[in-house]
Design a protein around this ligand. Structure first.
Ligand code: BES
Ligand code: MN
Ligand code: ZN
Length: 495
């Protein structure tokens, strides 16, 4: 897909399709009014007749509109003008993308980016339009023998900006939107791949492949022997029951100054989580192939950063392993020594994410990071608390947590803070080791973060629990590409 920005009046566009908004009820946007006037009131007539009333998500494709130099006009319902915010804009752009993809128009110019979205400027609207369109047109069909490709797919989308003065910021917005969309597509691809293809070894190969595409990326991959030497007893304990070897993948990008401390992104890469000996029930267990979506977000965000050539030093660390039961698997009650030297009683082998991550966090200390963010599909409790809208955000430094939350608001990929108070640490007491790997039933997302915090004491650290946001279940089952937008925005904000 190609994206561009342009300033110009809608009735003069020799395009395969001009896209304009209609508000409820039957109120034409500025661009739509101009087309209406130029066509002798054609649109007003249609609306009066009741063909469309402007409800959010509605679309109406028109051909042969009188006096027009374009081939088609796409009317897009935007809901009430008073309520036109991020959500309605997202809906309108998505509806337009889907209608265009079906229409046979291979190119279009959209005036939705000129609509007044509450609290957002031109550049934001252009970036969001590119990002949302990229997301809407994403398909994962590489494992189908007969992929249902649209017969004439959309190839180029031009976004309108109100005047020539807005062109430079608009062009930058296109570049950012495209980079984030590409990062999300990579994260989705990795997430959607099944566990028999996307193994720890496969993830390591994908890191190498990314470095091939972007030579500024340096990759180092550790296997079980290296982990043994480093004393990563927790990560190794997760991998014990699997025939697939674990991998610790480090990706470095030095786009910043020589002495600048890197920002570190750490991802949970459990390529399949059966629960281990504390095995999960069968229902929806297939979705545990998505248990590496934290890792996928590290890949996706690094890809976006590389495409944007951000002037930052970055390090991505992915702890990749399977969690399976076999005769060699870790048993409830086993005690292991982590890389940090702290010992852990593994009371539940299904709380494996924190075990893989704790050693990855200790390993990250060696890069002397400015900040560390870890992303993990860590707890079912997170879904109970926040559902599928917000990532849970917890950290050991309020300023960092605030930066993460702010990035999420800007990017339309929001998190919500949960408390990481000392009082919650008590749940992790063990009679036999320094700590247990699970607390009680209550506040599961917080006690999981408490566990991680014990391995991040020396760093400015925040944790994103993405259990509810990294993939959709049901009919739309598939990875979402979140939180790549939040993370990329976080990095953009540091430039
Ligand atoms: N990967 C799961 C968390 C999860 C479950 C995410 C369902 C999304 C949907 C994690 O490894 C896990 O199993 N967590 C346990 C922790 C418990 C044993 C303390 C959980 O949430 O049940
Ligand atoms: Mn688990
Ligand atoms: Zn898991």
């Amino acid at each position: 897909m190609e994206y561009a920005v342009k300033s110009g009046i809608p009735e003069k566009q020799r395009s395969a399709c001009v896209v304009v908004g209609v508000f409820e009820s039957r109120r034409l946007s500025t661009a739509a009014s101009r087309l209406d006037e130029a066509s002798g009131g054609f649109l007003t007539h249609l609306l009066r007749r009741g063909d469309m009333d402007g409800r959010a998500g509605q679309t109406l494709m028109l051909t042969n509109v009188p006096e027009m130099v374009c081939d088609r006009i796409l009317l897009v319902g935007c809901g009430r003008e008073r309520d036109f915010g991020d959500r309605a804009y997202h809906q309108a752009v998505t509806a337009a993308a889907n209608a265009l993809q079906e229409s046979g128009a291979v190119e279009a110019i959209s005036y939705l980016s000129d609509l007044p979205v509450k609290g957002r400027d031109n550049a934001w609207r252009v970036r969001a339009a590119v990002l949302t369109t990229g997301n809407a047109l994403y398909r994962f069909d590489r494992l189908k023998t007969d992929s249902e490709k649209p017969r004439r797919p959309l190839r180029k989308l031009t976004l309108s900006v109100p005047g020539r003065r807005e062109l430079p910021a608009g062009e930058r917005a296109v570049v950012e939107g495209r980079a984030i969309a590409n990062g999300m597509a990579l994260a989705k691809d990795l997430g959607n791949l099944p566990g028999n293809i996307c193994t720890p070894t496969y993830l390591a190969e994908q890191a190498e492949a990314l470095a091939k595409e972007f030579p500024a990326l340096k990759v180092e991959v550790l296997g079980p022997k290296d982990m043994e030497e480093l004393g990563m007893g927790a990560l190794l304990a997760v991998a014990r029951g699997s025939r697939q070897e674990p991998r610790l993948i480090t990706m470095r990008y030095d786009g910043g100054g020589r002495g600048d401390k890197p920002h570190a992104l750490v991802g949970k890469g459990v390529t399949f989580d059966s629960g281990g000996i504390s095995i999960k029930p069968a229902a929806a267990m297939d979705e545990m192939k998505f248990d590496m979506c934290g890792a996928a977000s590290v890949f996706g965000t690094l890809r976006a950063a590389l495409e944007l050539e951000l002037p930052l030093n970055l390090v991505g660390v992915v702890a990749a392993t399977e969690n399976l039961p076999d005769g060699n698997a870790t048993k409830p009650g086993d005690v292991v020594t982590t890389m940090s030297g702290q010992t852990v009683e593994i009371l539940n082998t299904d709380a494996e994410g924190r075990l893989a991550l704790c050693d990855a966090l200790t390993y990250t200390e060696r890069f002397g990071p400015a900040t560390v963010l870890d992303m993990a599909t860590l707890t079912g409790a997170c879904i109970v608390a926040l559902g599928h809208e917000a990532h849970a955000v917890l950290g050991n430094q309020q300023g960092l947590v605030n930066d993460v939350l702010a990035a999420g608001r800007t990017a339309g990929d929001r998190g919500w803070e949960l408390p990481l108070w000392d009082e919650y640490q008590d749940g992790l007491k063990s009679n036999f080791a320094d700590m247990a790997n699970v607390g009680g039933r209550d506040a599961g997302t917080i006690t999981a973060a408490c566990f991680l915090s014990r391995y991040a004491k020396k760093m400015r650290w925040a944790h994103l629990d993405i259990a509810g946001t990294a993939w959709n279940s049901g009919e739309k089952k598939g990875a979402t590409g979140r939180p790549v937008p939040l993370l990329t925005q976080y990095l953009l904000d540091r430039c």
